[in-house]
Design a protein around this ligand. Sequence first.
Ligand code: GDP
Length: 430
Amino acid sequence: MKIIGVFGQQRGDEGKGRVVDMLAESCDMVARFNGGSNAGHTVVLPDGRELALHIVPSGIAHEKAVNIIGNGTIVDPIRFSEEIASIESLGITVTPEKLKVSSSAHLVLPHYKVLEEIRELGRSAQGSTKAGIADTYAAKAQRSGVRVERLLGSHDALLQVVRDGLNSVQMERKKHGLPPVDIENEVKIYSAAIVKLQPFVTDTSVYVNEHLAAGETLLAEGAQAFLLDIDHGMYPYVTSSSTTAGGVATGLGIAPTTLDRSIGIVKAVQSHVGGGPFVTEIHDEKLLDVLHGDMTTIDAEKGTTTGRVRRLGYLDITGIRRADMVNGTTELAITKLDWVPRYGKTIKVCTSYTYRGQTLSMAPDSAWALEKCEPVYEELSAWDEDITEVRSFSELPTAAQKYIEAIEKWTGLPVTYIGVGPRRDQVIIR
Ligand code: GDP
């Protein structure tokens, strides 16, 4: 098994971090191929401390893995250096031997963040993370972007681009009642950050291909999720990059050969941060209160990166079927099975939609069509037992086993991992 891909099959926050963290232990390379610091993984270390990762791959917490930030990603030098400092504060050393950043990835420039901040004030707000992601990818597509390779040339020239960019948005800020940016201070901060980033710059496509040819293994860690994919998600409520299996080839510069394993991560219940249609969304305030959990703990249903409270709903098999098709999913990992009993004595699962008088077993490909879909539910029994210390499938309550087996039947895929709590060891491997 040389190349393994891990993808969120729903709307994000599926718990990809813990699955990737588990697999990273036995992989030689762990790579991010899409997105920027808007992604967020929470890895709970063996001593219970939490490691929040945004652009750095999850292999950083392991001795052996070399971590790759591929050409399909975008890198904000300031957030990158902050993230390195936060990882190192937990006693994990980050060296250029352990982490490589593609020279072809694009740089987030400070004025892209300002443009996003302004857009979020107006009617075209999309509930974005204000990390400059959309504007950086837009600049890439318009061929006016700045790639990481520029760090290998004159920093003064690059800093002039930063200065010019910030100057170009000052008037717009003023128009929107925002205070002016202290440009020279921003340039100073950016300057310090690019010095930190520079030692990590590598031609990662060559690195990855050479090491694959030498027999090493690669774990491709998808950020965000299926419904947020720029092509296959619920456009326009999507992110600006490819979150699906096809993105692995373009985002790392490897041939589009089939992944040996394509693992789809599915949260046993469904959540979403941000706008867009949500066919199985729950609106019952009383139930939502229980489901959101204790907001002061890791248990809370709030985004790792944004801190925003998640919208919650019932498991939607129709959407997962579509994600399985596009990702060529070979197996599923179900997370948060321990959460199912919070929904009550029984839990609904959506297995098809009605759309304009028709029954659909697979979700349509647009937000516009999703808005018009009605869920068709089947109802399964929940259970009372605490399953957080269960480590084998046969020890799960019968209703929990049936929940997993129903997902296998509805998707036609084996469930190979089951999360029963956030800790590294709280998993059932089948
Ligand atoms: P990602 O966006 O898919 O990478 O999601 P994260 O890895 O950040 O996970 C979202 C949250 O779910 C984190 O707080 C995890 O600790 C938590 N989590 C993951 N798996 C489980 C699980 O099986 N049970 C519980 N209770 N929490 C989990």
